[in-house]
Design a protein around this ligand. Structure first.
Ligand SMILES: [Fe+2]
Length: 189
């Protein structure tokens, strides 16, 4: 995974993230897919959102989301770029336009294992993600900043900042940290 982190850092060194750069990050995450799949293979995790890595220089984070059957997010945005990889099972992503106090559905796609999608405000930002059948699903997300809150769509109100709960990965699930990072590079959150 260190290769993935290093390559994301290399992309971010070139400046603001636009459509070109987010696609480069998407390719980097795609290249790490096999490793990520290997690392979750045969493991079950408690459903939730886990912070795996926070970059001290560029501020981006890597998170693992574990989806129990039937789980789904509200309609929301992150206010930053994001790349999402489906590692295990499937999720459905539905995109929305929320320029008014109503959310207009733009389309929906089921992402099978191995898929890597992205979000990029302001045009490709508001979405909903849901578990799509079968056993637990796992996705890994890279976001441009730590998500202390998400912009959640509330009917009749519009997008509203709401705190975002995150769990630290339990110590025994240290598969992401089998790297030779120096202490200053280790995640702190
Ligand atoms: Fe999201």
């Amino acid at each position: 995974m260190k290769v993935m982190i290093d390559e994301i850092r290399s992309v971010l060194k070139t400046g603001e993230v636009d459509a070109t750069q987010v696609r480069l990050i998407q390719e980097v995450v795609m290249d790490a897919m096999e490793t990520m799949v290997e690392r979750v293979s045969g493991r079950d995790f408690e459903a939730g959102r886990y912070l795996l890595y926070k970059d001290q220089d560029f501020g981006f984070v890597v998170m693992m989301l574990v989806w129990a059957p039937g789980q789904q997010t509200p309609i929301h945005g992150h206010g930053t770029w994001g790349v999402e990889a489906v590692i295990k099972n499937r999720v459905r992503v539905t995109n929305y336009c929320c320029e008014t106090l109503e959310a207009k559905e733009l389309g929906s796609v089921v992402l099978p294992p191995g898929s890597v999608a992205y979000v990029l405000p302001p045009d490709a930002d508001i979405h909903k993600v849901e578990h799509f059948g079968g056993p637990q699903a796992i996705t890994i997300h890279v976001y441009g900043k730590e998500l202390l809150e998400n912009l959640v769509f509330v009917r009749g109100v519009g997008l509203k900042g709401m705190p975002c709960s995150v769990k630290n990965l339990p110590a025994e699930l240290d598969w992401f940290y089998d790297l030779k990072w120096s202490s200053s590079e280790m995640p702190t959150a």
